[in-house]
Design a binder for this molecule. Structure first.
Ligand code: COI
Length: 379
């Protein structure tokens, strides 16, 4: 599938009809691949992977200019070439995705629901006036990059290659108007899980993450930057994360800092209904799908903070957990509000444990993929 020409590796285009054609991207052009001559792979301590700190050898780049995307290229990971007027740094036209590639039981590699990530990236981009990225370019870029860095996909339990596709305005001017050029990048990082034990969350009732009509549903870079201050205060108070509440009166739960949130009250799984203030998590969606299939009562609706406090006091709050790509399924052992800490059971045979195991079996290729969630990477 690859041939070497004058120091470059050219990868022949492999049609992926599933992803449809797009007039603004000519997939017949070959993707240029320049491989590093100084791999950092041997420096990675795969037995002690944290989350997201080390980056794999290569990165994928594609550029948008004059109304169309180029064919994309892979290069050794390295610095950008733009100057300090880089548009995204000034006006925040930057959106991203979080995904994972999993080492399969048979040694292959598969990505979880990549087309859904491509669609969500474009929904985020649309809100930030970033031109749509062809879904095929997104998938081809991931496939080619993972194939080049396949040895970076870990083999250990609960490990994966975290994938970070992102889009940003890459013109160089400081007039306050949308960028004219855009860059699509993918970097990857061999990772363990974000939280390795149950977390304590602070119910945030001062800071606000998102407002109606705003960009809360988008995976916009600034949504995360805007959360750092509240998160630091929570961490200083002994928590790992904030649990955001609504922008009106802080009476209703929204989502947690790096994940969607669910509660199990009596036998029912409840989670805040999606809105333009909440990220439509794919892990959330997958978990709700599995739970409904298992016959668990699932409710997506507004959840008052008072309802959960009352349930906790009455002994009816049986579980709470976060759901996200990085966070996977993270049990919440306590939530703090108004100087009161409410303990939450973390049952060993609870919904969080069951759903986490079921998702892992699908993701690592140990169980049948009945939903068509896994996309196998051609190696
Ligand atoms: C993810 O779960 O992929 C995220 O993007 C959350 C966080 C690590 C920023």
């Amino acid at each position: 599938m690859e041939r070497i020409i004058k120091g470059f590796t050219l990868q022949k285009y492999v049609p992926l009809r599933r992803f449809g054609a797009d007039v603004k991207h000519n997939p017949l052009l070959p993707m240029k691949i320049i491989r590093t001559t100084q791999s950092r792979l041997s420096q990675v301590d795969f037995a002690n992977l944290g989350f997201g700190s080390g980056l794999a050898d290569h990165a994928f780049y594609a550029e948008f200019a004059d109304g169309s995307w180029d064919e994309g290229r892979i290069e050794p990971y390295g610095p950008l070439k733009q100057g300090l007027a880089l548009h995204a740094l000034h006006y925040g036209q930057a959106v991203f995705e979080g995904q994972k590639a999993y080492r399969q039981a048979d040694g292959g590699i598969a990505i979880f629901r990549p087309l859904d990530n491509a669609k969500r990236l474009n929904r985020s981009g649309e809100r930030m006036m970033i031109p749509a990225l062809p879904e095929r370019l997104f998938i081809d870029g991931l496939d080619a990059l993972i194939a080049v860095d396949q040895e970076w996909v870990p083999r250990g339990a609960n490990q994966s290659l975290y994938l970070r596709p992102f889009l940003f305005g890459s013109s160089e001017f400081i007039t306050a108007r949308p960028s004219e050029e855009y860059t699509f990048g993918i970097v990857t990082s061999p990772s363990g899980e974000l939280y390795t034990k149950p977390v304590r969350v602070k119910v945030e009732r001062h800071f606000t993450r998102a407002t109606s009509g705003g960009v809360g549903f988008a995976k916009a870079a600034g949504n995360y930057g805007g959360a750092f201050l509240a998160t630091r205060e929570a961490v200083q108070q002994g928590y790992q994360q904030v649990l955001w509440t609504d922008h009106h009166n802080h009476d209703y739960f929204e989502e947690a800092g790096t994940m969607n949130v669910a509660f199990v009250v009596r036998e029912t799984l409840i989670t805040p209904a999606l809105s333009d203030r909440i990220l439509a998590g794919l892990t959330r969606d997958s978990i709700l799908t599995l739970c409904r299939e298992w016959g668990i009562a699932v409710e997506e609706r507004p959840i008052a903070v008072a309802e959960i406090v009352d349930a906790a006091k009455a002994g009816e709050l049986n579980e709470a957990f976060g759901m996200g790509t990085a966070a996977v399924v993270s049990p919440i052992e306590a939530f703090g509000m108004d100087d009161e800490l409410h303990q939450v059971p973390v049952p060993e045979d609870g919904i969080a444990v069951r759903v986490r195991a079921a998702l892992a079996d699908i993701r690592y290729g140990r169980a049948e993929d009945r939903h068509g969630w896994m996309h196998r990477v051609a190696l």
